[in-house]
Design a protein around this ligand. Structure first.
Ligand code: ZN
Ligand code: ZN
Length: 242
């Protein structure tokens, strides 16, 4: 309550500039982007053509049958889905989430429908993709946990923040990072600390952005090796490779 009051007072004194187009943000619920930039950001609603496994974006019209990009054939998760494309207001918001552990109202409201549409509400456990201990200390929070908390709040599914751990301190992944380099850094980075809590469970892994899918795949691999029966991936944003 106090924090909200402080935020609204701050916005009067220091109006929020849109991180994309630098005009003024009209609506506090839109976070750090203006209405125009949000309206130009592609938010998925089920009418797009996406890879049925990894969620790769193929086009604006839905396919009559399931389509697959096949680049994800050897990924260990079952299905990945996102709220929208990593562009404009979405990419700015995802970047801001690494600095401030807050999700704008507009995004919070989009999450339940995306979870529902992809059948992710039947998970037994939500697991945010962990940061390494070192990065967690540097940042002060894990942005994936902020998203996971929101999903848990909307679905009543329990969050497990302790069973999956990131062993190595891997370099920050960037959207433009070479696929092979990215894969090498995450291959053996994850381990399951409490396998009894994972065995037999359907797990929803949560992260901020899905790029190559390597991180998600190696997390899923570790979880499945320890008995998880299904591992799906939910992210706010989906990078579109051209
Ligand atoms: Zn804008
Ligand atoms: Zn795919």
């Amino acid at each position: 309550m106090l924090k909200e009051l402080k935020n609204s007072l701050l916005s009067i004194i220091y109006p929020q500039e849109c991180r994309v187009c630098f005009s003024q943000v009209e609506n506090a619920g839109d976070g750090i982007s203006c209405i125009k930039c949000w309206s130009e950001t592609r938010i998925f609603d089920g009418s797009e053509m996406l890879c049925d496994k990894c969620g790769a974006f193929f086009g604006d019209k839905a396919a009559p049958v399931a389509v697959f990009c096949h680049k994800c054939d050897d990924h260990f998760y079952d299905k990945a889905a996102a709220v929208g494309v990593y562009e404009k207001a979405m990419s700015a918001t995802v970047l801001n989430l690494k600095e401030q552990p807050v999700l704008p109202k507009r995004l919070r409201e989009l999450i339940p429908a995306a979870i529902e549409r992809n059948g992710f509400g039947r998970a037994d456990l939500i697991i945010p993709i962990p940061l390494s201990k070192q990065r967690r200390i540097e940042r002060g929070f894990n942005q994936a946990e902020v998203i996971a908390n929101e999903i848990s709040h909307a679905t009543d599914i329990h969050i497990d923040k302790a069973s999956l751990s990131r062993k190595l301190h891997t370099p920050i992944h960037r959207v433009g990072m070479d696929k092979r380099a990215r894969e090498l850094t995450v291959q053996n980075a994850f381990e399951v600390l409490r396998p009894k809590l994972i065995a037999g469970k359907k797990i929803l892994l949560v992260d901020d952005v899905f790029t190559s899918g390597a991180t998600a795949s190696y997390c899923a691999k570790a979880l499945k090796k320890n008995g998880a029966v299904e591992v799906n991936i939910f992210t706010l944003a989906r990078a579109v490779m051209n």
